[in-house]
Structures are given as structure tokens and as C-alpha cells.
Design a protein around this ligand. Structure first.
Ligand code: NAP
Length: 282
């Protein structure tokens, strides 16, 4: 039986630690405020935004919501982000993605001040991550590092294979594993002999975006398997990029979907919000 890596429990531990830290900061007169911007009313985005506001309330972070109509122009959004950049009462700015097609996401991400970039998507944050400087970390990969560490799984010296090279998961994941002294391989859709590459992994991180793609044929006996994917199966149940029932018997530890990587993303967003206050204190 593989160890089940419980993201729900670990994310709750992190949120409770942050709640205590925020209370201490409040005692010193430091308060934290996150601005959350949503453009349009995409139902999935609305759920994410609601969950983020709920997490803020639990931890003691103020959240300011900006719910803008679908027809908001790029210039209007840029103006709002610039105002929030200048507002000293706002510590972090989060623009819920995806944005409507008429708005250039890259431009909006670059408009957010790197000092308030709690999603960690700004090129300055990405650069800091790769050169090993302190800065905001992309939330999902940072959450995966916490899952591994808090489950007692050592990264140093391990063969780590990341399948997927997106800017929000695969690439920052590779940088973070490297920072933890793992030996890192990044695989993608042009990788040859993916099964052989994946089978080298002591730690296999799967962020492909393809339902239950990874079977036991891709997994070395005793490997740790982290599933980032999020899909609905035929019965409308949540499932991941990994075929859990097939892979679990060969893995030494594995994340379930739901209840694995998913809850960690918001916990690490909250950590980035608290980081804004830690940075101010320093
Ligand atoms: P993405 O932008 O679609 O990237 C997918 C990556 O997988 C690409 O790099 C692609 O390679 C690679 N890939 C696709 N098919 C492949 C194949 N057959 N063999 C090898 N590599 C293949 O996806 P993403 O944003 O990183 O997200 C990945 C999954 O994680 C999705 O299911 C998403 O819903 C989920 N997700 C979950 C969370 C969370 O909080 N739990 C957060 C973010 C994402 P190329 O670059 O060559 O095209």
C-alpha cells in the first residue's frame, strides 16, 4: 500500500500556521490585504475566487473584490491594476485567469508590481526563482514542495521527472526541485520514449492535462507520484492525470485527486500574501 499524501490535511496545517502568524502581525499593527480581480462570470473562476476569499477570511487577511463585467477593456484593467500597485493599503494583487480573449494576459501579468505579485507569474518573480533569489513562488509547485517535505520525502539527490512544461506548473516545478538539490528532467509532448524517461523517476510529477494518462507502465517500483491534473471522469467524479488505481500499488507514496495537490495551491497563495508582510518587516 502506498502512503497517501494528504493535501487537505497538510494545507489545513499550513493555513492554521499562517492564521497564527497573521494574528501576531496584527498585534504589531501590521495588516494584510489581497485585491482579487475577476473579469466576466466564468463559473469555474467564480468558484476559485470564492474559495480564495474564504481562505483569506479564515486566516485573517482582508480581501478586496473587484468583479468587472466581461466587456471590460484591456486599458480599463491596466488602469485598475496600476491604481492597486500605488495603493499602500493593498499588499497583494491577484487577477483570476483566464481573462476574456480580448485582453492580453501577459500584459496584465506584467502590469502587476513584482512586489505585489502573489501568484508569482511576473517575469521578475520567475527570474528570481531561477537565480535563487527570494521572491514570490508559483503557488501550485510551491505547494508540491511542501507536500513532499511535510510527508517526510527527501528531494536532495533524487531523480525527479516533471511531465509538462507549462509556465504555471512544469517549469517552476523544475526550478524548485533543482533548488532542493534534486536531479531534474522535464518531459513534454515531444519527449521520445516517455515511459522510459518517466520510469527513471524516484519522484514523478505529472502535469500533462490529460485524464488518467499515466499508468503503472510509466512508474518505477517504489516511486513517489504527484498528480497535478484535474478532470471529471465518465461518472462526473474528479480525477487526475494519473490512473490512481493502476499506479497506487507500484508507488511508495501518491497524491489522490481530489485532496492532493489541489488544496495546496490556495494555501500557498495565502503564504505569498503573508510573505508581503514578512518582506515589509525585513
Ligand atoms: P498545460 O499548459 O496544458 O501544459 C501541459 C503540458 O503537458 C505541456 O507542457 C505539454 O507539452 C505536456 N504534454 C501534453 N501531452 C503530453 C504527452 N502526451 N506527453 C508528454 N507531455 C505532454 O497544462 P498545465 O496548466 O500545466 O496543467 C496541467 C494539469 O494540471 C491540468 O489538468 C490542470 O487542470 C491541472 N492544474 C491543477 C492545478 C491545481 O491547483 N491542482 C493548478 C494548475 C493546473 P508541450 O509543452 O510540448 O505542449
Amino acid at each position: 500500500m502506498a502512503q497517501l499524501i494528504d493535501g487537505k490535511k497538510i494545507s489545513n496545517e499550513i493555513k492554521d500556521e499562517l492564521k497564527e502568524e497573521v494574528a501576531e502581525l496584527k498585534g504589531k499593527g501590521v495588516s494584510i490585504c489581497l485585491a482579487v480581480i475577476q473579469v466576466g462570470d466564468d463559473p469555474a473562476s467564480s468558484v476559485y475566487v470564492r474559495n480564495k476569499k474564504r481562505a483569506c477570511a479564515y486566516i485573517g487577511i482582508e480581501s478586496k473584490a473587484f468583479e468587472l463585467p466581461e466587456k471590460t477593456t484591456e486599458e480599463e484593467l491596466v488602469t485598475l491594476v496600476e491604481e492597486l500597485n500605488r495603493d499602500p493599503s493593498v499588499n497583494g494583487i491577484l487577477v483570476q485567469l483566464p481573462l476574456p480573449a480580448h485582453i492580453n494576459e501577459d500584459r496584465i501579468i506584467r502590469t502587476i508590481s513584482p512586489d505585489k505579485d502573489v501568484d508569482g507569474f511576473h517575469p521578475v518573480s520567475v527570474g528570481r526563482l531561477w537565480i535563487g533569489e527570494k521572491g514570490f513562488l508559483s503557488c501550485t509547485p510551491a505547494g508540491i514542495i511542501q507536500l513532499l517535505k511535510r510527508s517526510g520525502i527527501e528531494i536532495e539527490g533524487k531523480e525527479c521527472v516533471v511531465i509538462g512544461r507549462s509556465n504555471i506548473v512544469g517549469k517552476p516545478m523544475a526550478a524548485l526541485l533543482l533548488r532542493e538539490n534534486g536531479t531534474v528532467t522535464v518531459a513534454h509532448s515531444r519527449t521520445k520514449n516517455l515511459k522510459d524517461v518517466a520510469k527513471r523517476a524516484d519522484i514523478l510529477i505529472v502535469a500533462i492535462g490529460k485524464k488518467q494518462f499515466i499508468t503503472s507502465e510509466y512508474v518505477k517500483n517504489g516511486a513517489v507520484v504527484i498528480d497535478v491534473g484535474m478532470h471529471r471522469d465518465e461518472k462526473n467524479h474528479l480525477c487526475g492525470d494519473v490512473d490512481f488505481n493502476d499506479v497506487e500499488p507500484v508507488a511508495s507514496a501518491i497524491t489522490p485527486v481530489p485532496g492532493g495537490v489541489g488544496p495546496m495551491t490556495i494555501a500557498m497563495l495565502m503564504n505569498n500574501c503573508v510573505e508581503t508582510a514578512r518582506m515589509q518587516e525585513e
